[in-house]
Structure formats: structure tokens, C-alpha cells
Design a binder for this molecule. Structure first.
Ligand code: PLP
Length: 366
């Protein structure tokens, strides 16, 4: 008897190339798209190690935990790094970037996270892209948490390295990711003697041995399960329509925000301005005197399948995350999450209005 996961035929080079093309279409890009068969940290790290070296001066924007990691990798590569840290309750502006570039004209690399699932904010990449392009720096973007939830347009925005993963708004598995690479980025890698080669982290290996060879010979046996899952995930997005997938995420964010405000009990949106709030996930601030991690644990007791989590690390005290992405970008998941949080707050003696919250979610879901 054949097993659906275990007895898979090897994935052909043609099939692999066609999945890459489908991902490129999803991003509306004419750049090369390289699929990395690993969690998104693989291309995120690979792209930095390929392009940064001791001659690099980087502007690293920190709007959440990933920006911190990128700065560490850049320094490890020998780059000079100027960090621009922005409080997690807001977004970075194009003006702040312009100012940093004016103060440090030698900056030739800018790293930015588009949306942060971990902190719930999103950055105005289109405007920032204009500033970065004007300056001439290479533009590296982590779009793992934005792809599928809001527009991600590497060509229109002048992004040289745009990394995506399937596990957030794309509603796919963790373990497949991709990066679109501009001609400028390939040239930077080719000129970097420290860019990884003959390494699982290497993007240049894919350029030289896969893309330049007309995509006929794969570098190694592809991970069939992950690749088939990525194909199915893109197929499902195409069937629903990317626009409507994004609209579902925008509605989920607006509804969660409106519902939390109507719920009361001291619960507040973590990101002050709605325009800075990411469509992929909504973060909330726990009322003073309430530990976010305890509140979430209590809420999950009523329904462990709800997409609720406390913030990571030190944020676990104050931040509640409603991860309304992928299959959870639905009115049911948002209503369920707020109702469970409301009941947990009520158990702690706080005054909440569950019915107002329910109506606010319904009203905001357009
Ligand atoms: C989720 C996410 C990633 C991928 O990391 P995992 O925690 O392993 O899923 C990378 N960057 C951003 C901005 C993310 O939100």
C-alpha cells in the first residue's frame, strides 16, 4: 500500500522551476526567485551573509525581534552597523530613514522588516523604498509576515532581496521560504569573497548551478513534502484570489482592534495608530496588574485552538498576540479570541462588555 507522505516520487527540476515561477507571480516580480527548502531564517541569513562584509555599512531598522537578529548577523559578517530602533508600538517613517542616510552617506545596505507578527506593526515599505533607491543602497526586506496579508511588491518598491515564508498569511507550512534577488544583489554577492559557496546557506550556488544553467539540474534532492506543500499553498491562494486573502487579513486586524476597544476591561491595542498595525496579527496590551501570559493561558483553557499567544521574552508580561493569519483570518477566530479574552478578564474581576465586542467585530468586518 502506498503512503501519501512516504512514497513520493522525486520532485523534477521542471516542477521545481514551475513552483518558483508561481511564487514569482505571487510577488509580481521579474527578479530571480530562489526557493529555499528551510524555514525563512535560511534565506534571511543566507542573503545577509552573501551581500555583507567588512566593506559594508548597514542601516539596520529594528521594529521587533527580527531586526535585532539581522544586526547581529551583519556585525558577524564584519559590517559596520547603524541600528535605528523604533518603539514596538509604532512604525518607522521614511523621514527617519532619509535622516539616517543623510547622517551616514556611506550606508550601502538597508535591512528592514516589513510587518512584524511578533510585535504587530507594519512599516511603509513603498515610501522607504523610494528613499533607499534614491540613496543607492541595497535594500533587504523581511516580508515573511506581510506576504499574503498586505501587498508585497519587490519590483515596484526597489527591494533587492525580498524574503518570504509560507507559514504566516500564506497559510502554508513552516519549512519552505523564498527570496527574490535583483541583478544588483547578485552583483554584490559575486563581488563578495566571503559570500557562502558550496554551503546550504549559499544563494550564489543556486545562481551559478541552477539559474545560470537554465534551471535543468537541481543542487540536491529537493524536499518533496515541503515543495508540494508550497505548491498547494500557492494554488489555494490563487484559487481564492490574492486580493481576497489580503482583504480577509485586513478585516481581521480591523475587527480585532475594534473588538478589543469595545470589550473594555483595560485591554488596548498595543500599536497606537491603526495605520501602523499589521494586517497579519494584532497585538494588545494587557490591563495594568494583569499578566498577559496568564491571561492568555486562561483564555486558551476554554478553547486551546484559538490563535492566541503572549508576547515573546520580556513582552510576555504585557503583550497579547491575536495571530489571525492564514486559516485564522476569519470572523470566527476573531470573535472566539475576543470572547475568550473577555471571559478571562471577567474572571479576574475586570468589567468587560462581551456583547459590544461581538457587535464591534461584526461591524468592522467588511
Ligand atoms: C514569523 C516570522 C519569521 C519566521 O520566523 P518563525 O518564528 O520561525 O516563524 C521571520 N520574520 C518575521 C518578521 C516573522 O514574523
Amino acid at each position: 500500500m502506498t503512503h501519501p507522505f512516504l512514497d513520493l516520487a522525486p520532485l523534477s527540476a521542471d516542477r521545481f522551476a514551475s513552483i518558483e515561477d508561481r511564487v514569482a507571480r505571487l510577488l509580481g516580480t521579474r527578479q530571480d526567485v530562489v526557493i529555499m527548502q528551510g524555514e525563512a531564517l535560511l534565506p534571511l541569513e543566507g542573503a545577509i551573509r552573501a551581500t555583507a562584509g567588512p566593506g559594508t555599512t548597514a542601516l539596520n531598522v529594528i521594529t521587533g525581534p527580527y531586526g535585532q537578529t539581522f544586526g547581529d548577523w551583519l556585525r558577524d559578517c564584519g559590517a559596520t552597523v547603524h541600528d535605528l530602533a523604533v518603539p514596538f508600538h509604532t512604525a518607522v517613517t521614511a523621514d527617519r530613514i532619509r535622516q539616517m542616510l543623510a547622517e551616514h552617506p556611506e550606508i550601502d545596505f538597508v535591512s528592514l522588516v516589513h510587518a512584524e507578527a511578533a510585535t504587530g506593526n507594519t512599516n511603509p515599505v513603498a515610501e522607504i523604498g523610494e528613499v533607499v533607491r534614491e540613496h543607492g543602497a541595497l535594500f533587504y526586506l523581511d516580508a515573511v509576515a506581510s506576504v499574503g496579508a498586505e501587498p508585497v511588491l519587490p519590483d515596484a518598491w526597489g527591494v533587492d532581496l525580498c524574503v518570504i515564508g509560507a507559514q504566516k498569511a500564506m497559510g502554508g507550512p513552516a519549512g519552505v521560504s523564498a527570496v527574490s534577488v535583483s541583478e544588483r544583489a547578485w552583483a554584490r554577492m559575486a563581488a563578495n569573497p566571503r559570500a557562502p559557496r558550496r554551503s546550504y546557506l549559499s544563494l550564489l550556488d543556486w545562481k551559478e548551478r541552477w539559474i545560470d544553467g537554465g534551471r535543468t539540474t537541481l543542487l540536491h534532492a529537493p524536499a518533496q513534502l515541503e515543495m508540494l506543500a508550497l505548491e498547494a499553498c500557492v494554488e489555494r491562494i490563487e484559487a481564492e484570489g490574492l486580493e481576497s486573502v489580503m482583504a480577509r487579513h485586513a478585516a481581521a486586524a480591523a475587527a480585532t482592534r475594534a473588538g478589543a476597544l469595545a470589550l473594555g476591561g483595560g485591554l488596548e491595542p498595543y500599536v497606537y495608530e491603526a495605520r501602523d498595525a499589521a494586517p497579519v496579527a494584532t497585538t494588545l496590551r494587557a490591563p495594568s496588574g494583569v499578566l498577559a501570559s496568564e491571561l492568555v493561558a486562561r483564555a486558551l483553557r476554554s478553547d486551546p485552538t484559538l490563535p492566541l499567544a503572549a508576547g515573546g521574552g520580556a513582552l510576555a508580561k504585557e503583550m497579547i498576540r491575536v495571530n489571525h493569519y492564514g486559516p485564522n483570518a476569519t470572523p470566527g477566530a476573531v470573535q472566539g479570541s475576543l470572547a475568550a479574552l473577555g471571559s478571562a478578564l471577567a474572571e479576574q474581576g475586570l468589567d468587560v462588555d462581551l456583547e459590544s465586542a461581538r457587535q464591534a467585530v461584526e461591524g468592522a468586518w467588511k
